[in-house]
Design a protein around this ligand. Structure first.
Ligand SMILES: Nc1ncnc2c1ncn2[C@@H]1O[C@H](COP(=O)(O)OP(=O)(O)OP(=O)(O)O)[C@@H](O)[C@H]1O
Length: 324
């Protein structure tokens, strides 16, 4: 297999708090290949965004990387700071966040934002960048792109604005896109269009995508592989079809059984009893053990094995446990 675009190795993020050090990301490892969409899924607070923010150097102090390595196209990037990280963010890593307005400058016409981004990162003339700005808007499905380059962000609907953000994220031809809940703020009818657009553009260009979401529907729709996070750790990692239809980790099984997607035709949604632990009170052994119907003393005491592709971090992985 080709070298991955992104490789995260045993990554931990720590935050010192009044109650001691908490670890929102704890020993996480995964790769993303060119043209692949890796979904990061888990409940609110599982550490999905922290893992993404660590990659783009946007952890809010005092949160910091305490362990592990992040490699982008063979370059180690977890130690990069300031200008070096900023250059990487515009050029090599495109970003799409939940709220399009955080990525767009309200005072600049969108054509100018696209043009300036390209001029900063690509060796092209202004005339060429302006031409490409119109083409980029056409590609993301903005009607009347030649005129719309002159519009300001507030003159677009939420869905159209997110299309503009996708154009902006891709215009410098990055090798990796990090999309953090890109459709959560949008109408349901628009969500599927945006996911399909992101998927098509990244496939066509061979862009690797880290797609962070709490929505199993988005995972099923858009991703090739999925990493399930629980209390800062990876619970399971594998091809999306395997993970969704034959989850090995009891947490993934519970998560799947509690989504409308999986329970179509069934009368009631399953609920996982209890709640994810606070980060300052993660139980010994497997973090999921108090909620797990299969937990034994071993699960309460022994740290669970780390996950690699196709595996679950569980002493007793489910075998052939169908959900859908
Ligand atoms: N300054 C802080 N001090 C202590 N804990 C923090 C701090 N900042 C974040 N956290 C915790 O880190 C954890 C991970 O947060 P993160 O935003 O990555 O979760 P998430 O899975 O992306 O959730 P969501 O879907 O709600 O965004 C959360 O439990 C959060 O409470």
């Amino acid at each position: 297999m080709a070298d991955p675009v992104l490789s995260i190795r045993d990554l931990s993020v720590e935050i010192p708090t009044r109650h001691g050090i908490v670890r929102p990301v704890d020993g996480v490892s995964y790769d993303i290949q060119a043209g692949e969409i890796l979904g990061i899924v888990g409940e609110s607070g599982a550490g999905k965004s922290m893992a993404g923010n660590a990659v783009i150097g946007l952890l809010n102090p005092p949160a910091h990387i305490s362990k592990g390595e992040i490699w982008l196209n063979g370059q180690r990037i977890d130690h990069l700071k300031g200008d070096a990280m900023r250059r990487l963010r515009g050029k090599e890593i495109g970003m799409v966040f939940q709220d399009p307005l955080t990525s767009l400058n309200p005072l600049l016409r969108i054509g100018d934002q696209l043009t300036e981004t390209m001029l900063t990162h690509l060796p092209i003339s202004r005339a060429e960048a302006e031409k490409r700005a119109v083409a980029a808007l056409e590609e993301v499905g903005i009607p009347g792109a030649a005129e719309r380059v002159n519009s300001y962000p507030h003159e677009f609907s939420g869905g159209m604005r997110q299309r503009v953000v996708i154009a902006l994220a891709l215009c410098a031809e990055p090798s990796l896109v990090i999309a953090d809940e890109p459709t959560t703020a949008l109408d349901v009818s628009v969500q599927a269009q945006i996911i399909a657009l992101l998927r098509r553009l990244c496939r066509d260009r061979g862009t690797a995508v880290m797609l962070i979401t709490h929505d199993m529907g988005v995972i099923a729709e858009a991703t090739d592989r999925v990493a399930v996070m629980y209390a800062g750790r990876l619970a399971e990692l594998g091809p999306v079809r395997d993970v969704l239809t034959h989850p090995q980790h009891p947490y993934t099984h519970g998560l799947m059984a509690s989504t409308p997607l999986a329970s179509q035709g069934k009368r009631r949604l399953h609920q996982i009893p209890g709640a994810m632990p606070r980060l300052d009170a993660v139980p010994d052994g497997c973090a999921f053990n108090p909620r797990c119907p299969h937990a034994t003393d071993k699960c309460r005491q022994a740290p669970v094995p780390r996950v690699s592709n196709g595996q679950a971090a569980c002493w007793y992985p489910l075998v052939d446990e169908k959900v859908i």
